[in-house]
Structures are given as C-alpha cells and as structure tokens.
Design a protein around this ligand. Structure first.
Ligand SMILES: Cc1cc2nc3c(=O)[nH]c(=O)nc-3n(C[C@H](O)[C@H](O)[C@H](O)COP(=O)(O)OP(=O)(O)OC[C@H]3O[C@@H](n4cnc5c(N)ncnc54)[C@H](O)[C@@H]3O)c2cc1C
Length: 461
C-alpha cells in the first residue's frame, strides 16, 4: 500500500475536479487518478473544448465571409483542416495547463494510470510504465466519464471511419462526410463541417432533429442546417457500413445507399466502467456502462459515489462539475451544495441553441395557460451591427401569475443569453414584468428580453 486517502476520485474531468476541489476545501486528503496522463478529462481532450474551439474558427470564418467590407479586400477560399485542428489542440493544451494548476495549488495528489478496485477500500492504478500503485481510501468518487458507443459490426480502425474522439485526428482532405446520429454532437459537427465547405449528409434515426427541444426551435435548427447545405435524412437506420481505400458506403435499412469520403459515427455513448472491476467494491453497471445513484450521488455501496457522464443524462460538463461538488459535500457531511436539478440546454450548432424550463408542448399537455413573448434578432440594433441577424428569443410565461416558465433561444450567443432569463426565473419574485420594467444597455442582445416581454405582455387581455 503506497498511500491512504480520505477520498480517491477516479477521473480528472469536470466531475472529478468538482468533487476534488470541494473535498480539499472541506479539509479532506484527496487523490485523483486519471488514465489519460493529464487532467481535464475527455471534456478537455476530446469533447467540449476541442469541438467548441473548432466551431469558433468556423464561426469566425463564416462571419468574415458574410461581411462585405472584409471579404471584398481579401478572400479566404479554404483553410486546411490541419491548421484549424492545430488551433483547437493549442486551446486544449492551455485548458489542461489551467486545470493542472488548480489541482496543484489545492494540494490534490495526482496519479496517472488506469484504475480498478481491488476491494471495498483499495484501488489499484496501473501506470504506463507497468507499475501497480495501490491507494487505500475511505470514500471513492467514480467520475470516469463516457466514450463514443461503437457497434461491433463497424470497423473503427479503418482510416475512413471516425467517432467524435477520432475525428480530431482527421488528416486528409474530405469533400463529403456522412454523419450518422443527429443528437447534439452530430448536429454540432454537421454545422462545423458544412461551415468548412464539406458536403454533409446528416443521418437521423429519429423523425425530427432534437425532438426534446421546443418545436419552433427544433424546426429553426433543421431549416438553418438545410440552408447551410446539410442534407438531413430523418428516420433512417444503418444496415451496414462498407469501407474502401478511398470511400465509404452507408447502407440504410430503407434500401438507400450513401457514398462519401468518410463517415463520422455520433450515435450514442457508453459509461467508462468496464475495466473498473466494480464487483470488487460490490457494484454493477447497467448495459450502457452507467452506475445508478441516489439523490446524493451515492451508489448502492454507501461509501462510493458516482458523478458525471458515468451516471447517464444530462451528460454535460456543466452538470458534471456541480454533481461532483454535491457528492463531495455529502461525503464531507456539509451538504451545502444542492443536487443538480435544472440544467440549461446549450447546443453549439451554428447558429447555437439554448433553453431552460418547459416547452410549449409540455405546457399545453399540462394545460397551463401560458402566453408567448417573442423577439427576432433581425430587429435588434446589436444584431444588425454584428451581422448575426438569424435567431430569436422566446419567453413562455403564465398569463395569470406572469411567472416565466420557459426561455428558448436560437441564434448567436444563445448559450450566454439564456442565463439572463434563468437568473430571473430562479428569483422568488420570478415575473416577466422584470424585463418590461428594467433598463438594459443599448444596443445589446440582452435587449431581446425587453422586446420579447413587451411583445408577450401585449397579448394579454
Ligand atoms: C464532441 C463533444 C462535445 C461536447 N460538448 C459539450 C458542451 O458544449 N458542453 C457541455 O457541457 N458538455 C459537452 N460535452 C459533454 C462533456 O464533455 C461531458 O459531459 C463531460 O466531459 C463529462 O465529464 P466527466 O467528468 O463525467 O468525464 P470525462 O470528461 O469523460 O472525464 C473522465 C476521465 O476519467 C478517466 N478515466 C476513465 N476510466 C478510468 C480508469 N479506469 N482509470 C483512471 N481514469 C479513468 C478518463 O481518462 C477521463 O479523463 C461534449 C462531449 C463531446 C463528446
């Protein structure tokens, strides 16, 4: 036995970091173990950060192209993908360095290697050098995240078959790409690759895109993705993927065939539990590799907690960090961090989407008498100045109490704009009147709230 800790955290992504930081602040001795050899988790290395960095370059490019003053003076036809990926990798490095300093400054002991349980209070860590280090613990937090689900009949080692991790290593020119799976990751990558000038076929296994969104927002996403040039094929299921040296063919159960230079598989994720030897601690994962938890993020074994993607939805970095903090608070007996309840949706397509609260359909089904206030970005001075005129903000509010029930935003910076509405919704006096009676900076995108509030209040009688 090398060392003994109050708590061992497996995984140095947002879930593990949230847990570790809270635990050290509560005076616990903490070890964090990660197989990647660096902190940041899949979030920083292959998920949120590189995909958002790529997206930003594509967004900058599209903005440049549509600005007549800039584009008249110099023309950018294409930018080599290698250069765009190199910028994304640089941002990953900076992020990893930042998080590394957080761990160091807070005296968290970091162990690099693949961990598995040996018994209820011992973790073994197999380092890259083949050494096994043993760590004793009183409590454990499993924050091992998730990975892309890979059906067995598809050869992911083929150079033209990618998942969302491997796509960051794409190193040859592609003209046409098939994206299979139109969840958040599939839609985000569709807008990235179409923005780079690729032909994109987005194959959706569902009848419409992101059906949990408000219908108007989901329709707007389909409309603008199509407008950018994405071919969306709804309600299709794969039969097989045929691979060749210079192309792939996707065979669909409907009998259709799609030929492209490469395929990006974005259909589902699985929890990282298969090598943890959970049985040794008395736990079992479900068929998706996910671990069941209670209200405090405690597993069926009382001294073991689990947070982040490994417990299933919402599978967001934002939620994972707060889940980690909440679990840590319960371990430390302080319980001063609430369970993660309402998480905003942030979808970084171009244009982006963000929502919180209930949709029109949910309110109608629940027979809640609501009213709608809308503001279209094309009418806002700030949007006209920036050129980001695509988008809208929709506020749903109770027509009697005026309580805000849902905020749905589509367009540039939606994921920031939504938080203004979220802050008001979370106040005891939650009312749409706040936006009608508060003076906002001008010109701003936040002005959309005033416009939408007045629009909605005008509908009342
Ligand atoms: C393409 C893409 C885009 C995304 N975009 C967003 C976004 O915009 N916003 C957002 O909020 N979320 C986004 N997500 C989701 C987000 O990345 C995850 O929700 C988040 O990373 C989950 O954090 P986590 O701490 O649970 O695990 P992870 O970040 O997955 O980290 C888990 C860590 O555990 C380690 N580990 C696993 N098994 C072991 C083991 N046996 N021993 C030691 N270490 C182990 C791994 O090496 C990894 O470093 C995106 C995901 C993807 C794939």
């Amino acid at each position: 036995m090398h060392a003994r800790y109050d708590v061992v955290v497996i995984g140095a992504g947002p879930g593990g970091e949230g847990a570790a930081m809270k635990l050290v602040k509560e005076g616990r001795r903490v070890a964090v173990v990660d197989a990647l050899g660096e902190v940041g988790g899949n979030c920083a290395h292959v998920g949120t950060i590189p995909s958002k960095a790529l997206r930003q370059t594509v967004y900058n490019l599209s903005r440049f192209r549509r600005d007549p003053v800039l584009s008249r003076h110099s023309e950018i036809k294409t930018i080599p993908l290698a250069q765009i990926l190199a910028r994304a990798h640089k941002i990953v490095e900076t992020q990893v360095g930042t998080h590394q300093r957080f761990f160091e400054r807070n005296d968290v002991d970091l162990y690099y290697g693949k961990a598995h349980f040996e018994d209820a209070n011992t973790l073994a860590v197999l380092t890259d050098e083949g050494v096994v280090e043993r760590i004793g613990f009183d409590n454990a937090v499993i924050a091992t995240g998730s990975r892309p689900y890979q059906p067995r009949d598809i050869d992911f080692s083929h150079p033209r078959v990618f998942d969302s991790d491997k796509i960051l290593q794409l190193d040859y020119p592609v003209h046409k790409l098939i994206i299979y799976g139109a969840g958040v990751i599939g839609c985000e990558y569709a807008s990235i690759f179409v923005g780079l000038g690729y032909k994109v076929d987005l194959v959706n296994t569902q009848p419409q895109l992101l059906s949990y969104l408000d219908d108007e927002i989901a329709d707007a996403l389909s409309h603008y993705l199509r407008d950018l040039g994405v071919l969306i094929r709804n309600q299709e299921e794969y039969e097989r993927v045929e691979t060749h040296d210079d192309h792939v063919i996707l065979h669909l159960k409907s009998g259709k065939k799609i030929k492209a230079d490469a395929i990006l598989w974005c259909n589902g994720r699985a929890g990282n539990t298969e090598t943890l030897n959970l049985e040794a601690v008395g736990l079992q994962a479900n068929s998706r590799g996910q671990i069941a938890i209670d209200e405090q993020y405690r597993t069926a074994v009382p001294h073991v907690f689990a947070v982040g993607d490994v417990i299933g939805p919402p599978a967001l970095a934002s939620a994972a960090y707060d889940q980690g903090r909440c679990a840590a608070a319960h371990i430390a007996g302080s319980a001063d961090v609430p369970r993660v309840a309402e998480v905003p949706t942030g979808i970084y397509t171009i244009p982006e989407i963000s929502c919180i609260g209930r949709t029109e359909k949910q309110l109608t089904d629940a027979r809640v008498p609501y009213e709608v206030g809308q503001s279209f970005f094309r009418h806002l001075a700030r949007a006209q100045i920036s050129g980001d005129v695509v988008g809208m903000l929709k506020i749903l509010f109770h027509r009697d109490t005026r309580e805000i029930l849902g905020i749905h935003c589509f367009g540039n910076n939606s994921s920031e704009i939504v938080h203004i509405g979220q802050a008001v919704m979370n106040q005891p006096g939650n009312s749409i009147d706040y936006f009608a009676n508060t003076t906002f900076n001008y010109p701003t995108m936040a002005e959309a709230y005033r416009v939408a509030a007045l629009n909605g209040l005008n509908r009342l009688f």
